[in-house]
Design a protein around this ligand. Structure first.
Ligand code: HEM
Length: 296
């Protein structure tokens, strides 16, 4: 990942900002990140603090989208989160995909981006509450589609749990063996790995989420059937980890912007990291009570 040098260049992969698309992508991540502080945290506050995810039923969406302001909010959230995530993933891929394969990998990213942008905007702006509520649409009776999305949430949860365990083992191993893979092994190393893994994790959840929201247009019964999966005990820990991931990634994103653009940022990056960690834990706790109060 390209970060303007703070005197602690990242070991292992130095990317000199060659100007052009690299520099535009670097600034895009920071500008879209700043916008997402409002859109992503706003959305998550409504769906994980004021309500539990399993309460975001057809009626919840229909009431919200009756107001064009919420349709505008959700479409801006969709575009900024999706493209911020994909541009971020482009930098992630640059670290692992050999130069010969990058053009193809980036091509796949932009095609996925276009498909999910269209799917999301069509869902938001063509939503016909009356037809969907009466389940009169051609696929309204196809409950198996709801199952398909529901079980993809199971698969996503399983991958999340394996990922979190692998990350914990990696961190503990490094700490025990004193391995300094990046940023000379100090706080920056763990801040960066957590930022990347939360960013990529949120992006993949977002893709599944765009597909499950799409069902609201097919019919009330199909959509509500999928939302019931959010109350499943196997999936609830994933939802809480998602809240923690969005909060950590957001706060650390603000930390990165402070490091990049403020005079004192570079010298305070370690202190900021401990603040980010402590705040992430503190701010995630209330959502645990909300979900447990709703589900148990
Ligand atoms: C909610 C949806 C979001 C998704 C899906 C997402 C995803 C990502 C991904 C995949 C990366 C690349 C990580 C890497 O390769 O190291 C990234 C980077 C970044 N994200 Fe986000 N992010 C989101 C929200 C935010 C927010 C709210 C901020 C707040 C400022 C933010 C700030 C950043 C910054 C500054 C970077 C660049 C990091 C660097 O240069 O080291 N992101 N994001």
């Amino acid at each position: 990942m390209a970060s303007m040098s703070t005197g602690k260049g990242r070991s292992g992969f130095e990317l000199t900002m060659s100007g052009g698309s690299e520099r535009i992508a670097w600034y895009f991540l920071r500008v879209s990140g700043a916008a997402l502080v409002f859109f992503a945290l706003g959305h998550m506050f409504i769906t994980h603090y004021l309500n539990a995810p399993s309460e975001t039923t057809f009626n919840f969406v229909a009431d919200r989208w009756a107001n064009p302001l919420w349709r505008t909010f959700d479409s801006l959230l969709l575009i900024s989160a999706l493209w911020h995530g994909l541009v971020g993933l482009r930098f992630t891929l640059a670290d692992y995909v050999p130069r010969t394969g990058r053009a193809a990998a980036y091509g796949v990213l932009w095609i996925v981006g276009l498909i999910f942008t269209v799917l999301g905007l069509v869902t938001i702006f063509t939503f016909d509450e009356a037809a969907a509520r009466d389940n009169t649409g051609p696929l309204a009776g196809e409950i198996w589609i709801g199952d398909l999305l529901g079980y993809s949430l199971y698969a996503f949860a399983l991958v999340t749990y394996i990922g979190v365990i692998a990350l914990a083992i990696w961190v503990l191993n490094n700490m025990r063996n004193g391995v300094a893979t990046i940023y000379h092994g100090d706080a920056g190393q763990y801040a960066w790995v957590l930022h990347r893994s939360t960013g990529v994790g949120i992006l993949f959840f977002l893709l599944v989420h765009i597909l499950d929201i799409m069902l609201v247009g097919l019919g009330r019964d199909v959509y509500d059937h999928t939302v019931e999966f959010y109350a499943e005990p196997f999936i609830i820990p994933m939802e809480l980890m998602l809240v923690g991931a969005v909060i950590y990634h957001t706060l650390n994103g603000v930390r990165i912007i402070a490091i990049n653009f403020t005079k004192r940022g570079p010298s305070r990056e370690k202190r900021y990291f401990w603040w980010v960690l402590a705040l992430s834990v503190l701010l995630t706790i209330p959502s645990i009570f909300v979900i447990f109060a709703a589900e148990f």
